[in-house]
Ligand binder design. Structure first.
Ligand code: SF4
Ligand code: SF4
Ligand code: SF4
Length: 223
């Protein structure tokens, strides 16, 4: 089963655009295995749908253009002087191709941007443009997008886990108990770790030139 998912995913164009009504190419490959029609990837075109028919040993289906339109080979470009640093585009990007922090100017990492267009609509000041690139360049970027798509999803899952901590006091207590149980089951020499940390902190004082080397060595001996 997972092999079939890999085979199908390898034929999908890896824009991670969500037009097939799944969050990205790999989830669509999984949906196909679970019975969804395999003709919904308009950016991949009829050729992709036909290749998937072959993998599934199923009848050919005509591309369903309701899931369109196509996507050109392109990358996003942020007009930096207009950006208000709202971070909405970062949340929308399926492959984490946007750099920036709240209230600061953002920019696109060209080598990661699949040109999926998902950041365009959320931008409140319309400062994201799309720039056409060669088919070759677009293919090169999309070749690795599955990796970055999965990384982004892992980050989101961790973020959701963190949000869960704020849901209710009783839930928080349960979670805290589980965490404490996990910690107490660990076989760590905490005293040794604390000393190691203190030594590292003293060494960093040397790097930052806040203390001289002999004082640092003297303090380390006392740990
Ligand atoms: S390219 Fe877009 S429409 Fe095609 S499978 Fe990937 S996410 Fe779906
Ligand atoms: S920067 Fe915009 S166009 Fe590029 S991958 Fe991210 S969301 Fe898609
Ligand atoms: S959504 Fe637009 S304004 Fe907001 S950070 Fe991104 S580029 Fe800047």
């Amino acid at each position: 089963m997972s092999n079939l998912i890999e085979l199908i995913n390898a034929e999908l164009p890896q824009f991670q655009c969500g037009r097939c009504e799944t969050p990205g190419c790999r989830p669509y490959a999984e949906e196909i295995i679970n019975g969804s029609p395999h003709n919904r990837c308009v950016p991949g075109g009829q050729e992709t749908a036909d290749k998937i028919s072959k993998i599934l040993n199923a009848n050919k289906l005509l591309l369903d253009h309701d899931y369109g339109p196509e996507i050109k080979p392109q990358v996003a470009y942020i007009v930096e002087e207009d950006c208000i640093g709202c971070t909405k585009c970062i949340d929308a990007c399926p492959v984490d191709a946007i750099n920036g922090a709240a209230n600061l100017m953002h920019n696109v990492i060209n080598d990661l941007c699949t040109g999926c267009e998902l950041c365009i609509d959320p931008c409140p000041v319309d400062c994201i443009e799309l720039i056409e690139v060669s088919e070759e360049q677009s293919l090169k970027i999309r070749k690795d997008s599955d990796h970055f798509f999965q990384l982004k999803n892992e980050l989101l899952q961790r973020k959701n886990k963190k949000t869960k901590l704020n849901k209710s006091i009783s839930e928080n207590l349960d979670i805290a108990n589980t965490i404490n149980q996990k910690l107490s089951n660990r076989n760590l020499d905490k005293e040794k770790l604390i000393k190691k940390l203190q030594a590292e902190m003293l060494d960093s004082q040397r790097v930052e030139k806040h203390m001289n080397a002999s004082d640092i060595e003297e303090l380390k001996k006392q740990l």
